[in-house]
Design a binder for this molecule. Structure first.
Ligand code: ZN
Ligand code: ZN
Length: 340
């Protein structure tokens, strides 16, 4: 990784250029930087898929949006070539591209995006919170509410209490879960999980299924979310579930899944559900929930770094020595207050 000067992007038809106010550093960025997952785009590539900012330039054929509008950026582009795109089902595109992975992202002063990828930031939401609303909050929101179909009164477990997992605990509470358990090897992460609403926080080296059965009168969980992407987590989650329970795979890795004996899954009627990302509707709902105070992100910004120090942020997240929710990069200095 290096920080280099490149020409400012110019918007083409249907595109805008956004002056980036803030952009999160995500654990999934690390997998690509460290070569654990294959990067689908040729390098050099500008990473960063969790940005907010202000529209700096509007290209031809862009509806409604104007220079100066404050926006969160959904990290996706559609292919406009598959059968679903041709049918106008853009949200269901078969070959979606992800910002900062397939095309240049927002660890930069300016980023070029399609007009349909933007969501307006509601009054009162800071640029930092509007940035992490993309992915760090919207992905667990989509994973729990849509993919995991969490219902009021259900018992929910979250494995991995980092950026996405911390918000998953909050979303489970907000959705009306009657019991939320958080599992993480780091004490500071377990403490944070309790502070944001977990009823129980466990170290994965403990007898997690046993502790969950004790705490739920022998019943276990309706929904388990793996925010890490490990077979060991899925097996532990599987043995923590109530009959008919669901596991949502929210963490990404190249590890092969070994979820234990198929007979157990069949006998217990367990569903294992893959999940990636979030839709524009999720992002807009999350921004509204932040604006109305239903979702409190006051603990979510762990540190703020200028663009020159993005590498330091990546190293800090890699070392796992500190338990962070989100480190954010501020490429254009201190962002303005919302609405100013
Ligand atoms: Zn991410
Ligand atoms: Zn498509």
């Amino acid at each position: 990784m290096s920080v280099e000067a490149i020409p400012d992007p110019v918007p083409g038809p249907g595109e805008v250029v956004v002056k980036v106010a803030a952009c999160g550093i995500c654990a999934s960025d690390l997998h690509f930087i460290h070569g654990e997952m294959p990067l689908p785009a040729p390098t050099p590539l500008t990473m960063g898929h969790e940005p907010s900012g202000t529209i700096a330039a509007v290209g031809p054929d862009v509806p409604v949006w104007r220079e100066g509008d404050p926006v969160s950026l959904h990290a996706g582009k559609v292919c406009m070539a598959c059968a679903r795109c041709a049918a106008g089902r853009l949200e269901e595109c078969r070959n979606p591209q992800v910002m900062g992975i397939h095309y240049d992202g927002a660890w930069a002063e300016f980023v070029r995006v399609p007009w349909y990828s933007m969501a307006r930031i509601p009054p009162g939401v800071s640029f930092e919170h509007a940035a992490i609303a993309c992915d760090a909050v919207s992905t667990p929101y989509a994973a729990l509410i849509d993919r995991g179909t969490v219902r009021p009164g259900e018992r929910v477990g979250i494995w991995g209490i980092g950026g996405l997992g911390t918000h998953a605990v909050q979303i489970a509470r907000m959705a009306g879960a009657s019991f939320v358990v958080a599992v993480d090897p780091i004490e500071a992460a377990r403490e944070r999980a309790r502070a944001v609403g977990a009823d129980l926080a466990l170290d994965p080296s403990e007898d997690v299924p046993g502790a969950i059965r004790d705490a739920t009168h022998g019943r276990g969980l309706d929904l388990a979310v793996d925010a890490i992407g490990r077979s060991a987590v899925v097996r532990q989650a599987m043995f923590s579930l109530e009959r008919g329970g669901r596991i949502v795979l929210m963490g990404q890795s190249m590890e092969s899944l070994d979820a234990g004996p198929i007979l157990f899954l069949s006998f217990l009627g367990t569903s294992i559900l893959g999940h990636l990302g979030y839709s524009k509707a999720h992002l807009e709902q999350v921004l509204d929930l932040i604006a109305t105070g239903r979702l409190d992100l006051s603990r979510s910004i762990s540190d703020r770094l200028p663009l020159e120090r993005v590498q330091e942020g990546v190293e800090r997240l890699t070392s796992k020595e500190e338990s962070t929710v989100r480190l954010v990069v501020l490429p254009n200095g201190e962002p303005p207050a919302p609405g100013s």
